[in-house]
Design a protein. Structure first.
Lengths: 252, 230
């Protein structure tokens, strides 16, 4: 049983006429990154807010935050993707829903994909932010309030700056998760890297070359993210703290 | 707001959804969990091995799996397994492997990497003295691992292993990309046949939520119980 490798296929023209297959995949990586980055920015903002809220003494806000986290943590990503793509436009006011549905490709898939990944990831960010805040000694908050800061100022100037620096390593792996999870967007028609590898396999019948190329691109992307984040982590590490290893966590 | 929606479609297809779809999903989850934990534990032992080649191979495998999107890995195995099958059996043509078999292999191999990291942390959480006393009693490596270290590691990590299994349960819905009829796949087929996407996908989300959330509550309870005993 022999598989005949044919790596030159990467330099052959893809049927869409936009260039070689290699360029086609690189553009896919671009879409992967643009999707992941947009989702990441929203996820950080929403996740920081929800995570912070869950550490406040306001009971009903904490409940609301917990509800949000439980809902989006217990539904599979692909199902959430379908909800954003198929269901949400139907439930919105008709004009808005129609506008979304009629957006030219790829934006019609891009917007739901970004929203879905953003909310899905925000839950995980919220968990990290909450864990980070709770890992600080209680004295920090008390000292803040004792020096005359309001509760909000204590968060702004004492608690959050430390918490964010502590949780940077787990946030790195969440960022890599967004990049990986963005591949699920292929199910709603977004041609990101995995989607394009799949399409290339269908056009060219070169199964393993297509997936191997995508694999290498993903690994290189991971490597770059890890190196960049490691440099950042070194810069913002809180002096005097042992590098946060953290308890083992389930993930995907 | 729900005028024009036909929620009867759910009732009409309940039998199909659960007999075909949910059975597929649950069987796949259980098989992949069992296989994944066994293979993952072996990988963890390999990663902690003092033989460098062994630990490098296991580490490479785990890091590779953890760097790739699950969807891509599903595609890889879907196309690769027939070739591996042919290579093992010596056939001249790729062996026909259905979506089911392919899914079981994929999820076992993929989740093993994640279970490995959990088990590795579990093994490392056992005091070294346990291993030494095992050897001092005359047990060999496999006896020490099997009768002293792993039972404790497994017990310490049980909540995390189960949480990972809930994630696995959710992740199995990705077999949609190879057109397998899991719970989501079955619902999707009904949804597209009757053009009832809103109703079906909402229902699917609710069912997944109920199952995952109940399981996570159980895990939390278990975690508290173990914490007290320890």
């Amino acid at each position: 049983m022999q598989y005949n490798w044919h790596w030159k296929v990467l330099l052959e023209a893809e049927p869409g006429g936009t260039g070689t297959y290699l360029q086609y995949l690189i553009v896919g990586l671009g879409w992967t990154l643009v999707t992941a980055l947009a989702a990441w920015v929203i996820a950080l903002a929403v996740g920081a807010a929800v995570g912070t809220i869950r550490t406040t003494p306001l009971h009903w806000l904490v409940r609301l935050g917990n509800l949000y986290v439980e809902i989006f943590r217990n539904v599979p990503l692909i199902v959430q993707m379908f909800l954003w793509f198929f269901v949400v436009p139907e439930l919105l006011p008709k004009a808005l829903g129609d506008w979304i549905k009629q957006m030219p490709p790829p934006w019609g898939s891009y917007l739901p994909a970004v929203m879905c990944l953003a909310i899905f990831t925000s839950v995980r960010v919220a968990e990290q932010v909450r864990a980070g805040i709770n890992s600080l000694p209680r004295g920090q908050r008390m000292a803040g309030v004792a020096t005359g800061l309001t509760e909000a100022q204590a968060y702004r100037f004492v608690i959050l700056p430390q918490a964010f620096r502590i949780i940077l390593p787990p946030l790195t792996s969440e960022f890599m998760n967004v990049i990986k999870n963005s591949s699920v967007a292929l199910t709603i028609g977004l041609l990101e890297l995995t989607g394009r590898a799949r399409a290339m396999q269908e056009f060219s019948f070169r199964v393993f070359e297509a997936f191997a190329a995508a694999t290498v691109i993903y690994l290189l992307t991971n490597l770059i993210v890890v190196l960049a984040m490691r440099a950042l982590e070194k810069k913002v590490r809180v002096p005097g703290l042992i590098a946060a290893g953290g308890a083992p966590q389930a993930g995907h | 707001m729900f005028a024009g929606y036909d929620f009867d479609v759910i009732e009409r297809s309940l039998g199909y959804l659960f007999r075909e779809g949910m059975t597929f999903t649950l069987t796949l989850t259980l098989l992949a969990m069992t296989g994944g934990i066994i293979f993952g534990t072996l990988l963890a032992m390999m990663r902690l091995s003092s033989i460098r080649v062994v630990s490098v191979i296991a580490g490479g495998y785990v890091n590779l799996m953890r760097s790739l999107p699950l969807v891509l890995v599903i595609f890889w195995f879907f196309f690769l397994v027939p070739y591996i099958g042919a290579w093992i059996t010596g056939a001249s043509q790729p062996v026909k492997v259905g979506a089911w078999m392919s899914a079981v292999i994929t999820f076992t191999m993929f989740e093993a990497a994640y279970y490995c990291e959990i088990m590795r942390a579990g093994i490392q959480s056992i005091p070294r003295g346990q291993v030494w006393s095992g050897y001092a009693l005359g047990l060999n490596y496999w006896q020490t691992m099997g009768q002293v270290v792993l039972p404790q590691a497994f017990r310490n990590m049980l909540p995390v292993l189960l949480t990972q299994t809930i994630i696995l349960f959710q992740d199995t819905s990705l077999v949609y990309v190879i057109s397998a009829t899991d719970f989501l796949g079955a619902a999707s087929k009904v949804a597209n046949r009757d053009y009832r996407l809103v109703e079906m996908y909402t229902f699917v989300a609710v069912v997944y939520f109920i199952v995952s959330y109940s399981l996570s509550l159980l895990v939390k309870q278990l975690q508290d119980r173990i914490a007290i005993i320890r």
